[in-house]
Design a protein around this ligand. Sequence first.
Ligand code: FPP
Length: 310
Amino acid sequence: MPAARSIERISLFITSQKPLLAYNWVRIASLLHRPHPAAVLAASEAACYSLAMALVDVSGLPQHVAIIMDGNGRWAQARGKPRTAGHERGADAVRATMRAARRLGIPALTLYAFSEQNWERPQVEINALVDLLCECLVSERNELVDNEIRLCAIGRLHKLPQRAQARLQSLTSETESNEGMTLTLALSYGGREELMDAARALAIKAREGEIDPSDIDEPAIERLLPSMDVGPVDLLIRTGGEQRISNFLLWGSAYAELYFTDELWPDFGANSLYCAIQAYQGRERRFGLVPDAEEDLPTAKTSNELERAI
Ligand code: FPP
């Protein structure tokens, strides 16, 4: 194997296993009498990745990260492969991102895995996505259990094929007492649909005299939004180059910091997450307050509490 390839592989191995060790590459490269250009490149790339993790301030982590995983199709098409190949690699990116989030200590990660609008895609792609979901719900079981990850699902789950519902039900029950991190899969999910369902439920309660319409406030609505079980979104990431919300977590993202990256979802991983979190940590979150009042920034859970704090 040519020297450059081996250096690249070793460097990739080091960065994927123990990122902080990659600093050593910089030192190795600088100690070489005539460093091979590939060694210098690998060293600097490795160091960047390590720095990405090292620069994350674990005391200021977003408590809820939500991701719009876009770009699977383009990733596959660029390689002359069927779109489903992109979704398969997308599942690897899900695992890498989930591990990284758990390792950092992020309490909640919500992934947009299938939107309500995705039902309009070709049936063959829908079937492939459902099959992939079913496979992952089996193959990732140990990953969730061993890492104390609680699996949740939001969306119009009754629209999923029975086999997917059964596997979801089984793994969500098995992991329900895990406290390490909550991984929520948004499946057949739409933010407007979630709000419509809540509005309908409130209207029924009002009609049956269980609630007075004048008592409908933000907490009353949030109690009916399954996506709010893990609190509002702090950091909303979208891959694939588009800059829109696409009907994801509309209520919970009201004060989210938005992070858009051109990276296609299958290429996303631990280091991409670290970069997104660093960007988040560089933002000033004011929740409508003025900078001088920063020290009084609310730690409120509900939007209503935020509103009152202003
Ligand atoms: C958007 O990319 C992606 C999806 C609609 C599906 C997301 C699914 C995965 C990441 C697969 C595995 C996930 C789980 C939870 C098992 P796109 O197809 O719209 O990409 P494009 O914009 O390039 O066409």
